[in-house]
Design a protein around this ligand. Structure first.
Ligand code: FAD
Length: 358
C-alpha cells in the first residue's frame, strides 16, 4: 500500500493544555479487538493506552450482548459476550495497560517529532509513535427521549448511565427502560435510594429473565414500584428535577423524582473519526492494507470492525489477526533500532517473562 499523507490528520488548532502521557501505542476503542491488541503488543514489549467512550471495556460484546453465547471464537465452542471480555482482560493483565474510560477520542494530530497527539473529550492528551483505531462501528451515544427542555436536566439530575453511584444515594429515582441496563441498575441501586420506580411502556421486558423476576419480587415486597407508560414531561428548576410525568393506559401520572435514569438504547455513529482525514470506504469504514492494517496515514492503523479491505469479515477472530500484524508494524515504529524476532510463547523464556509465567 502506498502512503502519501504526512499532514496533520486533524485541523491545526491548539492542543489541550494537559501534560502528555507517553506510551508506545494509543488504542482508540477497548472492544474485544483493542483488548487483544494489548496482548499482542505486550508480547513484543510494547505498552498500550486504551481509550473508550464507554465506562467499561468490551465494546459491543459487553454493551450489546453480554449474556448471549458466541460460538465462533477459536477453541471456545461457546462463550458469552461478557465472559469473552473477562478472558481478554485476564490475558492482557500481565502487560498492565492504561485504561482511560468514559472519554471520547476527538482528535489525532501528528507532532513535529513524528509522534501522534491523541486528544480526548476529557481534555487529556496521550502521545505515541503509533495509533490503533479499534473503534468498531464508532461511538455509542445514548438515545434521547423527545421531551421538551430535557437538556436542562442532562448530567445534573437526568442521566443515561451511572457514572457515580453516590449521585443516586438517598434520592427519589425513576428508571426508564426495559432492557438489561434498566433492570440491572434498578436492582443495583435499590438498597441506596429513598424511592425507586421503574417505568417501561410494556409489561414485558427484554432484560434477562432472572432480573425481571427479581424486580417483580421487589415490587411485591413493596420495596419499589413498576409503572407502565412513557416519559411525557419533566419538571424542576435550575437543572434539578422535582417530578416526571408519565402517560400510559391509565392516563397521565406525576411521579416525584429527584433523579431520572433513561435507558432507551444506543445509537452508533462514526463520530469524530470522520474528521481525521483517513481514507474511508463508503464513508463508514477505514481503508487499510492487509499486510499491516495501516491506514492512508502512516503510523495510524485500523483493526476490527472499523476497517475495510477486500474480503473483510466483521468477525472478532478477524480483528484478532489484524491486531497481531499491526502490532509487528507498531514495533518497528516504536523501537526503530531493535530487531523484531519471531518467537513462540511455548518456548521463549523472554516472552514467558513478559507474560510473568517464567
Ligand atoms: P467494538 O466491539 O465495536 O468496540 C469498539 C469500541 O470503540 C467501543 O467500545 C466504542 O465505544 C469505542 N469507540 C468508538 N469510537 C471511539 C472514540 N472516538 N473514542 C473512544 N472510543 C471510541 N462477532 C463474532 O465474531 N461472532 C459472533 O457470534 C457475533 N455476534 C454478535 C451479536 C450481536 C448482537 C452483535 C451486535 C455483534 C456480534 N458480533 C459477533 C460482532 C462483534 O461483536 C464485533 O465484530 C466486535 O465487537 C468488533 O470488535 P471491535 O473491538 O472491533 O469493536
Amino acid at each position: 500500500m502506498t502512503h502519501q499523507s504526512t499532514a496533520p490528520v486533524s485541523p491545526d488548532v491548539e492542543l489541550p493544555p494537559s501534560g502528555p502521557d507517553n506510551t508506545d501505542v494509543v488504542i482508540v476503542g477497548a472492544g474485544p479487538v483493542g483488548l487483544f491488541a494489548v496482548f499482542e503488543l505486550g508480547l513484543l514489549g510494547l505498552k498500550a493506552t486504551l481509550i473508550d467512550t464507554l465506562d467499561k471495556p468490551g465494546g459491543q460484546c459487553a454493551e450489546l450482548y453480554p449474556e448471549k453465547p458466541i460460538y465462533d471464537i477459536p477453541a471456545w465452542p461457546r462463550i458469552n459476550g461478557q465472559e469473552l471480555v473477562d478472558r481478554l482482560m485476564e490475558q492482557a493483565a500481565p502487560f498492565e495497560p492504561t485504561f482511560r474510560l468514559g472519554q471520547r477520542v476527538d482528535r489525532l494530530d501528528r507532532r513535529e517529532d513524528g509522534r501522534f497527539a491523541v486528544s480526548t473529550s476529557a481534555g487529556e492528551t496521550h502521545v505515541a509513535p503509533a495509533v490503533f483505531v479499534a473503534a468498531g462501528a464508532g461511538c455509542f451515544t445514548p438515545r434521547r427521549p423527545k421531551v421538551a427542555g430535557i437538556e436542562a436536566f442532562e448530567d445534573r439530575s437526568l442521566f443515561y448511565a451511572v457514572r457515580r453511584r453516590a449521585d443516586f444515594a438517598g434520592q427519589d429515582v425513576v428508571v426508564f427502560g426495559g432492557g438489561d441496563s434498566a433492570l440491572d441498575w434498578t436492582l443495583d441501586l435499590l438498597p441506596d435510594v429513598r424511592s425507586m420506580t421503574l417505568v417501561h411502556r410494556r409489561d414485558s421486558f427484554r432484560a434477562a429473565p432472572h432480573s425481571v423476576e427479581a424486580m417483580r419480587a421487589a415490587v411485591a415486597q413493596g420495596r419499589m414500584r413498576f409503572v407502565q407508560g412513557e416519559m411525557a414531561a419533566l419538571d424542576g428548576r435550575g437543572g434539578d428535577l422535582s417530578s416526571v410525568a408519565v402517560t400510559g393506559a391509565e392516563g397521565e401520572q406525576i411521579l416525584g423524582a429527584s433523579r431520572v435514569l433513561a435507558f432507551f438504547g444506543l445509537n452508533i455513529t462514526l463520530g469524530p473519526i470522520a474528521d481525521w482525514a483517513l481514507d474511508l470506504e463508503a464513508g463508514r469504514q477505514i481503508k487499510v492494507d492487509t499486510e499491516q492494517f495501516e491506514t492512508s496515514t502512516p503510523g495510524i492503523f485500523a483493526i476490527g470492525d472499523i476497517n475495510w479491505y477486500p474480503g473483510k469479515l466483521k468477525l472478532i477472530l478477524s480483528g484478532f489477526h489484524e491486531g497481531a500484524l499491526a502490532s509487528q508494524a507498531a514495533f518497528r515504529l516504536a523501537r526503530p533500532n531493535e530487531r523484531l524476532r519471531f518467537q513462540y510463547t511455548t518456548s521463549s523464556t523472554e516472552l514467558q517473562k513478559r507474560l510473568k509465567v517464567a
